[in-house]
Ligand binder design. Structure first.
Ligand SMILES: [Zn+2]
Ligand SMILES: [Zn+2]
Length: 161
């Protein structure tokens, strides 16, 4: 094979690689969408309860996943580079995603927002902005955050998302 052909072959291999990676990513997006829909469909928290932090706003409460589903999906996908390259060749149907973890707490909209602010801050390794929140509420928030971190650590994905 002359040099020109070798270069052309290498270029072709590279663009085929890019194509299969793009196909894989599109497939994973669809897999994520379906997994999340199925997870939501399999989740039945029952009757609303007062907020676990402030004990109020029962009728407005949201069921908050201690380990949010969007993060669960990502932590399910922690794989080595070698495995990743094999998966790209085989396609998204070979990626095994765990069953959703539905541990949840009822939270009023304000404390729910605070729970996600804490999770955002934990993942970004910065201090959460909880200005104006009373100390006893922060303690209750802290307990829920600890539970989140325990689950994140148990998933083996810490530092990977
Ligand atoms: Zn509340
Ligand atoms: Zn939530």
């Amino acid at each position: 094979m002359n040099t020109l052909n070798t270069t052309a072959t290498a270029k072709l291999a590279k663009s085929q690689r890019a194509m299969s990676l793009a196909r894989f990513q599109i497939g994973m997006k669809e897999k994520r969408r379906r997994w999340t829909l199925d997870a939501r469909a399999s989740f039945s928290p029952g009757d609303k309860r007062p907020c676990i932090v402030c004990g109020r706003y029962q009728s407005l409460a949201h069921a908050h996943h201690v380990f949010p589903l969007s993060i669960q999906f990502k932590t399910n996908l922690v794989i080595s580079d070698r495995q990743f390259s094999e998966l790209v060749d085989h396609g998204p149907e070979f990626v095994i995603v765990k069953e959703p973890d539905h541990e949840f707490v009822w939270m009023c909209p304000t404390h729910h927002e605070a729970a996600h602010e804490i999770i955002r801050a934990l993942l970004a390794n910065v201090q959460p902005d909880l200005d104006g929140m009373p100390a006893h509420e922060r303690d209750a928030m802290q307990r829920i955050s600890v539970r989140f971190v325990e689950k994140l650590v148990a998933s083996g994905a810490i530092g990977a998302i």
